[in-house]
Write a protein that binds this ligand. Structure first.
Ligand SMILES: Cc1ncc(COP(=O)(O)O)c(C=O)c1O
Length: 488
């Protein structure tokens, strides 16, 4: 933190009607001046080998009451993880070390994971009927929560560098409240690191461009970023392989988050331990300007309370033992595991299909039926089956299935409608893949626009998201020609 940096600008006009009813009072036992207080894989990689818990006997307290306290030391230790001064600083120091926010008075606050953190964040910022901006395909649970609260998701175009700052500005500048039926969005929902569902990164330059638009239009950026540390060390197929670097250099070379560009305190970052330690911990943390974090703390105090003390004890103790260096080393090793799995997945695709560069200028690849392959439907030899961009990291792959080349698509679309044809063929495809032992998430789940809107916009294809986070190597297509993933 530099003395030259300034404090957060006043964002009180962004608070929802609900937030105004919340008293910005610190939760009991916490110190909102340094709000961080409470200290948390659907995968196979967990840093906890075993947990031993010893319970008191039901008869621990005699029926004739006594003032003796059984096992006070153990209970005291759990309480220390929650309230000890050192624990308090762990998260704040970590965020300062990793993200280096560009203003002075940023705070952190422990929460119960990012799903709940997004729910609380929209509750204190948006009223029912308000809107938020996101990619045309965005994390499904975030969309679901917003819609359930009567909020509108507004789609902005995306390219391989992330959400388009140019389209963002176009949408904001041309906002017609009457035609849209609701006010101009004040919030952007995005992921700063690897994105769900696309598996791609927003480049540093693009983040800066988006941030500049946010300043010009007085927007708040909510950066929900579970996969920040899972940035692969090299693109798929890179000949040079991972760079030789120390763990500290590895951390410093990650593409920075939106926080690094945040000189006005208009980014609310949601971190979680779900993808770095384990999803069952239900532990994460917010970073943002003091006013917003006070409101979030008040929300927690009234409606959620704080994360489980047991989860905090287990994970807090792990962080104490690992210390910063150990945790960076753990993250780096974890990322290397996922990178290997990404490479297995794409290797398997190359093995099963005829995969070629889509064009001369992008990283996208197109897959065709292999010349010796057997297809149940008759495709022309030159018809592509799908395209995809090798993920920049994370645990997902996003496939653009070329339904427009399906032999039955055009006739079906004529008989019914393009949206109905898409729906029928994508259901058939998903079912056939499922019957072959592979589960994907259908792209429709992540779509901001409905079937008709997407068809009207000329989108003929469908998307599928695969997860490569678990399963043995043999299931990644070795031997039987299938890519077997367990989707999350
Ligand atoms: C973008 C995004 N946000 C949030 C979550 C959920 O995080 P948590 O387990 O902390 O609720 C996920 C998990 O899949 C995710 O992909």
């Amino acid at each position: 933190m530099s003395e030259k940096q300034r404090n957060a600008v006043d964002l009180s006009h962004h608070l929802s009607e609900f937030a105004k009813t919340l008293e910005g009072r610190p939760p009991p036992g916490s110190n909102v001046k340094d709000v961080c207080r409470l200290i948390f894989l659907s995968t196979e990689y967990f840093p906890i080998e075993s947990i031993t818990v010893e319970y008191l006997k039901p008869s621990a307290f005699p029926l004739k009451p006594t003032d003796a306290v059984p096992h006070g030391t153990v209970l005291g230790w759990i309480a220390n993880v929650l309230t000890g001064k050192a624990a308090d600083k762990i998260i704040h120091d970590w965020v300062g070390r990793v993200h280096k926010p560009a203003y002075n008075d940023w705070k952190t606050l422990i929460d119960v994971g990012s799903s709940s953190a997004w729910m609380t964040t929209i509750s204190i910022l948006l009223n029912p009927g308000d809107s938020f901006i996101c990619d045309r395909y965005a994390y499904n649970a975030a969309l679901l929560q917003g819609r359930a609260r009567g909020m509108h998701a507004v789609a902005v175009a995306t390219d391989m560098d992330g959400l388009s700052a140019v389209d963002l500005e176009r949408v904001l500048a041309g906002w017609d409240e009457k035609a849209r039926g609701f006010k101009r969005p004040r919030v952007i929902y995005t992921q700063g690191g690897i994105q769900n569902p696309t598996g791609l990164l927003i480049t540093a330059q693009r983040k800066k461009d988006i941030y500049d638009v946010a300043v010009r239009y007085d927007l708040i950026i909510v950066e929900d970023d579970p996969y920040y540390f899972q940035q692969a060390s090299a693109p798929y197929g890179s000949r040079t392989g991972p760079k030789k670097q120390t763990d500290e250099e590895w951390l410093d070379n990650l593409v920075p988050s939106f926080l690094r560009f945040d000189y006005e305190g208009r980014v609310i970052r949601l971190d979680t331990f779900s993808k770095t330690i384990g999803p069952g911990g239900r532990l994460g943390y917010y970073t943002g300007p003091p006013l917003i974090l006070e409101k979030l703390a008040a929300f927690h105090q009234g409606f959620i309370n704080f994360p489980s003390g047991i989860a905090q004890a287990v994970i807090g103790e792990l962080l104490h033992r690992f210390e910063t260096e150990g945790f960076i080393r753990w993250l780096r090793g974890l990322t290397a595991q996922y990178e290997m799995r990404r490479n297995w997945t794409i290797d398997a695709l190359y093995k099963a299909l005829d995969v070629r560069p889509k064009d001369d200028w992008s990283r996208a690849l197109t897959a065709y039926a292999p010349s010796n392959g057997q297809m149940s439907e008759k495709f022309t030899k030159t018809a592509s089956l799908m395209s995809f961009v090798p993920p920049d990291g994370g645990m997902f792959m996003w496939f653009n299935i070329h339904l427009h080349n399906h032999p039955r698509y055009k006739a079906l679309a004529r008989q019914t409608s393009p949206a109905a044809a898409k729906n029928q063929l994508s259901t058939e495809l998903w079912t056939a893949i499922y019957d072959a032992g592979v589960t994907f998430r259908r792209g429709e789940l992540f779509a901001v626009e409905d079937d008709e809107e997407r068809a009207k916009a000329g989108e003929e294809d469908v998307f599928l998201r695969a997860s490569f986070s678990s399963g043995p190597r043999e299931e990644f297509g070795e031997g039987d020609g299938y890519i077997r993933h367990r989707a999350y």
